[in-house]
Design a protein around this ligand. Sequence first.
Ligand code: HEM
Length: 249
Amino acid sequence: YPIKKPVEQDWSFAGPFGTYDKGQLQRGFKVYREVCAACHSMNLVAFRNLEDLGYSEAQVRAIAAEYEVEDGPDDSGDMFMRAAKPSDRFPAPFANPQQAAASNSGAVPPDFSLIAKARAVERGFPTFVFDIFTQYAEAGPDYIHALLTGYEEDAEGHEVPEGTYYNPYFISSASLAMAPPLSEGMVTYDDGAPETVDQYARDVSAFLMWAAEPHMEARKSTGFVVMVFLLLFGGLMYLTKRKIWADVH
Ligand code: HEM
């Protein structure tokens, strides 16, 4: 199969001063919970983490209460279900990978906690050298956006195995066991953003980037201060060296 390269998108969180757009993250979260969560788990993210998206403590408690998680054992040694609390993590849609595979033509929908980082496609020399300076780390969301919007009807003469769907952006084989999950108008937005497949894909990709790197903003601002410090420190060390060696001819 010919595998296509994802098109680079504009992200609010790109570059050394990039920040997440909270409105976009909230929309992406809505797409995740209403569409993707039917198949994809997000085992490392707790409800309380949603405060990063701009929700208050009370809102987070209300969101958590809409979910049920397993707890126990109780006094008689039984497991039981109860409403989720902010400290709980997102419950997985399937009990185990075998069950997940059985419901998805044998393929296991990958966990979403780190997917945006896990699909940060290799860019090779010399591009990755520039990426260090531009802080390019959006290959993951570029890929997810391309995958979600990149399904094609016509496999151009390639045979697509039964139960799979042709998508030239899929890294492993261009035919994947996930049917196109998004369609126009399927998720209602209350902030006036367009309810299109492209917008859903963009928002859920941004949300998955946040899930994979919730502390990105702190990392970037600390990194900037460190660079300024190192420049000043380097300058001072150079002047110190000049002074110490000034009398040596
Ligand atoms: C795989 C995203 C909804 C089932 C994937 C992958 C991503 C993804 C990024 C990984 C592709 C790779 O390995 O490179 C999404 C998003 C969704 C969504 C953002 C919501 C908008 C769903 C739904 C189902 C599903 C609703 C089940 C009906 C699968 C399966 C795979 C997969 C089975 C594994 C495919 C394979 O390895 O052939 N999805 N997905 N996904 N997804 Fe989804």
